[in-house]
Design a protein around this ligand. Sequence first.
Ligand code: M6R
Length: 611
Amino acid sequence: MCGIVAYIGRRPALPVLLEGLKRLEYRGYDSAGLAVLNGGLKVAKAVGRVAVLEDLVNRQGGFDATMGVAHTRWATHGGVTEKNAHPHRDDATLGHGVVVIHNGIIENYATLKRYLEEKGHVFTSETDTEVLAHLIGELYRGDLERAVQSALREVTGAYAIAVMCAKEPDVMVVARKGSPLMVGVGKDEYVVASDSSAIVAHTTQAITLDDYTVARITRDSFRTTTVDNVPVTAEIRELEYDLGQIDLGAFDHYMLKEIHEQPNALRLCMKGRLDLRSGQIVLGGVSEFARELARAKRVIFVGQGTALHAGMVAEYLMEDLAKIPTDVDFASEFRYRNPMVEEGTVVVAISQSGETADTLAALQEAKQRGALALGLVNVVGSSISRETDAGVYLRVGPEIGVASTKAFLGQVCVATMLAAFVGRRRFLSADAVRELMEQMERVPSHIERILAQSEEIKRATARYVERDNWLFLGRGYNYPVALEGALKLKEISYIHAEGMPAAEMKHGPIALIDEGMPVVFVATRNSQYEKILSNIEEVRSRGGHVIAVATEGDEEIRRHVQEVFWVPDVPEPLQPLLTVVPLQLLAYHAALMRGRDVDKPRNLAKSVTVE
Ligand code: M6R
């Protein structure tokens, strides 16, 4: 989604801005722009990659300044054009040289635009952001901070903004509501960004702004207020990751790096949380609510995309291990469908970024209806993590690739621990939990064995990569994995893929199967193995080619399928942690063979901060 980086300090701003924009590229964008303030305002915008913008400013020159704002845009209002790219300025004749970059959506922009047009403002873009820039200019009376506060009081919607004004060359004003924004605090300098990856190269001390907070920043002062100008305190915290974690290292793509990081990511995720001696799962983040959880009448997991698929696995886990009636829902549907939230309901939001707008809103809705609100989130201090009553961090490290991989494993791993944590307080014996934990501890080395098959998976993928339609089928715990396999393939290779429960195929989709159509079965040895073999035969007899993810040593399945990717044998609840890995590799190889930009697939954003 859109990215913000801004700098005010004593160093040249341009390198900080460009380097920050490059760090934010992974979020997905279609155009970029920047403005610096040094005597006057100098603005540059370009459609396409940050490299195009960099080339433009280098050619133009004159961007020497020690303060500036920069932005990557992911179009919401208006097409992908240079005019619509940020920064936006206030009215050319009525204005005061106000310049704004913005993430989020100004919902009442049309009303505000009409009001401003009546006052003579002339707009040059189709964006909601330009309306905000004009509104700030309209309300400017010699004090930028006051003008921003006044404008934000008129605005409905979500925003993270950074604002400069040619008339106040030493002041930057930033503000947030509903879209992430943090301020890195260095020595005599501040780096503002929508995500810490653009800050950590300069400082690890940062302030995450709260909603409705406005910060006025100069080179040697910083103060925060509400939009009503009431002073608020802002807490500086240590950012938890370093540059090494967000560099590619020896890998060609972040997705591949993150797939390979999965064994260690899971080790970190489980570290200190599995107490084999006592047979207890230790989840400090939710221990305060252990009684409520044990007495819960219903659990509802909400999320979007990959996080939703993790929620579907979590539903099986929670019913299996904790014996609590459990549902899972798209956060976007849950928030608008007048959901039943009775006493004893626990709503668990799952999110890598902790910034997904629908998931955040679903959680807020659940809280308002009286649910205990928990979060399984990766990004520390993110909006969702701050909104929850309690939660468990995934601890899998930053995920940069747009296709979620290690976060899925982290989400499923934490959901497994949560289900066992609750189950132990209900019906699960210490021995049962101990046995589960022993098996969990072996999962990282099992994944290493699967990763070693990458070349075989690549060769098999090459045999089908020209096919434009794929099916992914699974049953039980492997049904969400089939959905996740299909999502991975379509989002990075643009091959059409559908995932579904294997039994559902006979109710319509079987009509799609023709000679050579690739059908991926997640067919490990488990309670539904015989049934899935029958489904495989149904596909084979119609000419489909079967690629199976199967349990090591299963000689039987070889006779039924064209290709097999092997995973070690683990108990059924842990199978998704393994069976998804070959499907991630399949999608990765297919995307490369089709010449796709694996880490920045078209039209996609890493974190969807608008509805
Ligand atoms: O940050 P979140 O986990 O809340 O993101 C949810 C989805 O947008 C995300 O999982 C998306 O589906 C991924 N691109 C899938 O790889």
